[in-house]
Design a protein around this ligand. Structure first.
Ligand SMILES: Cc1cc2nc3c(=O)[nH]c(=O)nc-3n(C[C@H](O)[C@H](O)[C@H](O)COP(=O)(O)O)c2cc1C
Length: 153
């Protein structure tokens, strides 16, 4: 059974909701999932899982979650080769060019750790409520698992 770690950062709950949806979708696909909040998590815990997921909010025009800075700085220093990663997150389209910048930044940090991108980043506007949002998050989870399975052949 593949294992996954889903790490979220949240202030008002939208990214925790996204993380919960991803966790449930992964579990439905037979993955054993450990979900945790970013300030309570060391990035090197990813070494113990097959699939690594970060779900961050974006603040103050493109800023990363303050409580996740240690985690963010440690991530590119790790060797996560052989792991599958994905990043999803909620922001607000009102911020235009800064929309979900943290999602892209975490994806870049994962690239530096030499993990393999298992799904394209997913950006959710505010709360993950629409049918489309749920479909995107479910498809994200499925792509991660499919790519993990393919990597084992
Ligand atoms: C002061 C402030 C600044 C924000 N800056 C951005 C931003 O630069 N880019 C973005 O996509 N969203 C921005 N947001 C919107 C939040 O990322 C969005 O509400 C998100 O859903 C919050 O996630 P959370 O509920 O998990 O805390 C900002 C929100 C606030 C209150």
């Amino acid at each position: 059974m593949p294992t996954a770690k889903v790490v979220f950062a949240t202030i008002t709950g939208n990214n925790e909701d996204c993380a919960d949806i991803i966790t449930e979708a992964l579990e439905d696909l037979g993955v054993e999932v450990d979900e945790s909040e970013i300030s309570q998590t060391d990035a090197d815990e990813f070494k113990n899982f097959d699939i690594c997921v970060v779900v961050p909010y974006t603040y103050d025009e493109g800023e990363l979650p303050e409580e996740g800075m240690d985690f963010y700085e440690e991530l590119p220093e790790l060797d996560l080769s052989g792991k599958i990663f994905g990043v999803a997150g909620s922001g607000d389209v009102f911020y235009e060019e800064f929309y979900c910048v943290a999602v892209d930044k975490f994806a870049q940090a994962f690239q530096k750790s030499r993990a393999t991108q298992g799904a394209k980043p997913v950006k959710i506007n505010l709360a993950p409520e629409s049918e489309e949002d749920l479909d995107h998050l479910d498809a994200f989870a499925k792509e991660l698992v499919d790519n993990y399975t393919a990597s084992q052949k």
